[in-house]
Ligand binder design. Structure first.
Ligand code: FES
Length: 295
């Protein structure tokens, strides 16, 4: 984790505030467009937010937070209690939504889903690619950064301030990469229209899996074997056995609990897409009776 000082908090749309977090101990870790951080709140909650500032500025991170009417304490705390001058810890940036080199980009954003798209759009335009953005919200005043984007990129930006357009009317030519971030319904619609779309999810997709079964996890470095009962996650079993694995979302969307798998066959249940040889133990389990982890 890195210590930051909350330098500024300002309203950027209805129910959306932007936070500038200045590194408290020198430069912050570098990041690429599409990355997010975990923000550790003083009420012991940890939440994930996309970085929406300038990757070239390692002195400060910028994020934006929408007040969720169903807040479980994260966004509500940010909006009601956080004030400039507070020291806050943030994780190193992680990126499950990287910008791939392409001749063209079609960005689709809904509401607060615009946050990772802001630096991605800037980098894509700077690369000389053919870029367009479709940005939808329920009203103009609810859409953070809309005016700035329209001013910076002109007719490459199409704003829809009365809800989402029919994505089936959009086209992406050969060589164009499509990126989408927004509410789950928008991500689902984008996946239906563009099979190769890159999406960033902050909530898990509802899916069903086979019944949870017991297995064991061997920790290669310590030589300890941890039994994982059917009614406990691998993450909880490891933590209860004293093998501390950091975690944040516990829903398979943030990536903070990633561990390396040395042997056995994980059953991946995350929404990130675990890289080869890795898994997310907060949600994923095992198809084999034993997994061996690099712990
Ligand atoms: S804690 Fe977020 S992916 Fe496991």
């Amino acid at each position: 984790m890195q210590k930051t000082l909350l330098e500024r908090i300002e309203r950027v749309a209805d129910d959306v505030v932007s936070l500038v977090l200045r590194g408290d101990e020198g430069q912050l870790a570098p990041w690429e467009p599409g990355a997010h951080i975990d923000l550790a709140l003083p009420n012991w909650l940890t939440r994930q937010y996309s970085l929406c500032g300038d990757p070239g500025d390692l002195a400060a991170h910028r994020i934006a937070v929408r007040l969720d009417p169903l807040s479980r304490g994260g966004s509500e705390y940010v909006h009601l209690h956080l004030r400039p001058g507070r020291t806050l810890e943030v994780s190193l940036p992680r990126n499950h939504f990287p910008l791939r080199p392409a001749a063209g980009y079609l960005f689709l954003a809904g509401g607060i889903g615009i946050t990772p798209i802001v630096p991605m759009m800037r980098a894509a335009v700077a690369s000389g690619a053919d870029v367009s953005l479709v940005y939808a919200g329920r009203s103009a005043s609810s859409m953070p950064f809309a005016a700035d984007l329209a001013a910076a990129y002109g007719d490459r930006v199409r704003l829809f301030d009365r809800g989402r357009p029919d994505l089936a009317t959009l086209t992406a030519g050969p060589g164009t990469e499509v990126y989408c971030c927004g509410p789950a319904s928008m991500l689902d619609a984008a996946e239906a229209v563009f099979p190769r779309v890159h999406v960033e999810r902050f909530q898990p997709v509802r899916r069903t899996f086979g019944p949870d079964t017991a297995f064991e996890a061997g920790c290669a470095r310590s030589g300890v074997t941890v039994p994982v009962p059917a009614d406990e996650s691998l993450l909880d079993a490891l933590n209860h056995a004293g093998r501390r694995v950091p975690s944040a979302c516990r829903e398979g969307v943030c990536g903070s609990c990633q561990v390396s798998v040395l042997d056995g066959e994980p059953e991946h249940r995350d929404d990130i897409g675990a890289p080869a040889g890795r898994m997310y133990p907060c949600v994923s389990r095992s198809r084999s009776p034993r997994l061996v982890l690099d712990l």
